[in-house]
Design a binder for this molecule. Structure first.
Ligand code: HGY
Ligand code: MN
Ligand code: MN
Length: 399
């Protein structure tokens, strides 16, 4: 499975993945998922929001156990973020079948669309729509970098955008959702464990900063006469780092668009996207407010207009304690226990946690690197993840 999926959407130059929502690479990933489902005799379906499902047992049944993750990537993302959860789900099902277990609850494997928000800027669109945490109007207002509306992109990919919207009936049929994901950090590497259980997801969001100055000639405009948005942007990036350090949070400007983006032209507009996350809401609020204040003060000094728009936000997620503890009991093994760890990374399991009892398993990432072509997890640890997921699914859905 891994070898079949690996070449899809991989950039030959960077070695990273460019599997953006509703693109050709996304379509190829979706075709791979459908093939994996049907080759196992699972009932394949696509829901009203374009999420893919592979069912063992009655898709209309209740109290289903669902696993899976996402197949889309960030720009030049790694091979494991998302796909490890989906491949491990199919492999865990194969393992359960080889164990000859009897399923007492419907089981499904999901591929949730557009988890990374790389193209339209909002994280977890597929699961947010299903959970009613993104309205149809908000979804229709999403545009990619070329101004293509989300509905058009879906249509072009062969999906009917008129059906998108909350899917409470579907979520009501799910008794537990367990997502396996490569760890995006080094906690398991430091603790020496191949697998861990998630406790919580930090609150996090994305804010778009528009710095509007005045285009002019780079060679003939005196410094005192400039209204250069690049200056305000640069000071804001430094302020973000300062505020995050002070608060023990994280803040990142990783994406920037400059207009007109000419070497010998003072920019008229600089658009920068801030990603910030903190262990609790009040800390995050403090960091965001501090950055915005610094940006506005610098804008005053530079004669640059500053406009801030929150584009994506996910409140703190505390995974369901009962399900978390059930996983701990199932995987506790020789009593050595299994690490329970928080994360700053968002996931579909976080978005769905308001509607469905959800839990996550993390697989050791020896370097902790993620959202990079260098992202990697060792095969032994990935197989340990499959075994752990199979044990969890057996404990939840089989007798
Ligand atoms: O950004 C995140 O935390 C996740 O990778 N979508
Ligand atoms: Mn990711
Ligand atoms: Mn992910």
């Amino acid at each position: 499975m891994w070898r079949d999926l690996a070449p899809i959407g991989r950039d030959a130059g960077s070695g990273g993945y460019r599997r953006y929502a509703w693109t050709a690479a996304d379509a190829d990933c979706r075709a791979w998922f459908k093939d994996q489902a049907e080759s196992r005799g699972l009932t394949y379906e696509v829901d009203r929001n374009g999420n893919q499902w592979a069912w063992l047992g009655d898709p209309e049944g209740t109290d289903a156990v669902v696993t899976g993750s996402h197949l889309d990537s960030v720009p030049d993302g790694g091979a494991f973020d998302g796909p490890l959860g989906v491949v491990s789900s199919f492999a865990a099902l194969d393992e359960l079948r080889s164990r000859g277990v009897e399923f007492t609850r419907p089981l499904a494997i999901g591929n949730f669309g557009d988890e990374e928000g790389a193209r339209f800027g909002l994280a977890c669109v597929g699961s947010r729509l299903a959970a009613g945490r993104l309205t149809v109007e908000q979804a229709h207002a999403l545009r990619d970098g070329d101004g293509v509306p989300l509905p058009h992109a879906m249509e072009k990919a062969g999906y009917d955008p008129s059906t998108i919207g909350p899917d409470p009936e579907r979520l009501a049929r799910i008794g537990a959702f367990v997502e396996l994901h490569v760890e995006q950090g080094r906690a398991l590497d430091l603790s020496g464990d191949p697998v861990g259980i998630a406790s919580a997801i930090w609150p996090h969001g994305r804010w778009r900063y528009d710095f509007t100055g005045e285009a002019n000639h780079a060679g003939t405009t005196r410094l005192v006469d400039r209204r250069d948005p690049m200056l305000t942007y640069a000071q804001t990036v430094l302020a973000a780092r300062r505020e995050a350090e002070l608060a023990g949070a994280v803040a990142t400007f990783g994406k920037i668009v400059v207009e007109p983006n000419g070497v010998n032209a003072i920019a008229s507009l600089v658009r920068g996207w801030l990603d910030s996350r903190a262990a609790d809401q009040s800390t995050l609020d403090t960091v965001i407010a501090g950055i915005e204040q610094a940006a506005r003060e610098q804008g005053e000094r530079d004669g640059v207009d500053v406009r801030v728009t929150r584009e994506s936000f996910t409140p703190v997620v505390e995974f369901a304690h009962a399900l978390r503890d059930e996983l701990g009991r199932i995987l506790g093994g020789d009593g050595g226990g299994i690490p329970v760890l928080g994360t700053g990374a968002g996931h579909d399991a976080g978005i769905l946690s308001a509607s469905v009892p959800t839990a996550m398993l993390f697989v050791r990432n020896p370097t902790g690197v993620s959202h990079s072509p260098a992202e990697h997890a060792g095969e032994d640890d990935c197989l340990a993840g499959v075994t752990a997921l199979a044990d969890v699914l057996e404990g939840l859905a089989c007798r």
